[in-house]
Design a protein around this ligand. Structure first.
Ligand SMILES: [Zn+2]
Ligand SMILES: [Zn+2]
Length: 64
C-alpha cells in the first residue's frame, strides 16, 4: 500500500540531528514542536515546523 507520496514528513532536529517521521496535518502544521531526543524546542520562523525542518512542506504550501 504505497502511493501516498507526501502524506508524511521527516522532521530533523537542528540541534542533535534526530529524525522523526510525522504525519502531515490536513493544513498548516504547528509553529513549534519538541524534540523527543534532546528536548530542544523546534521553532519555525516561517510557516511551520514541516516547512522549516521537514523533508516535505505542509499542505498549506504545497498548492503553490
Ligand atoms: Zn534534538
Ligand atoms: Zn508549513
Amino acid at each position: 500500500m504505497t502511493g501516498e507520496k507526501a502524506s508524511r514528513s521527516i522532521l530533523q532536529c537542528p540541534k542533535c540531528g534526530f529524525k522523526v517521521t510525522e504525519r502531515l496535518p490536513p493544513a498548516r502544521g504547528p509553529k513549534q514542536c519538541g524534540c523527543v531526543a534532546c528536548g530542544e524546542t523546534l521553532k519555525a520562523q516561517t510557516c511551520c515546523v514541516f516547512c522549516e525542518f521537514g523533508s516535505e512542506p505542509c499542505r498549506a504550501n504545497r498548492s503553490q
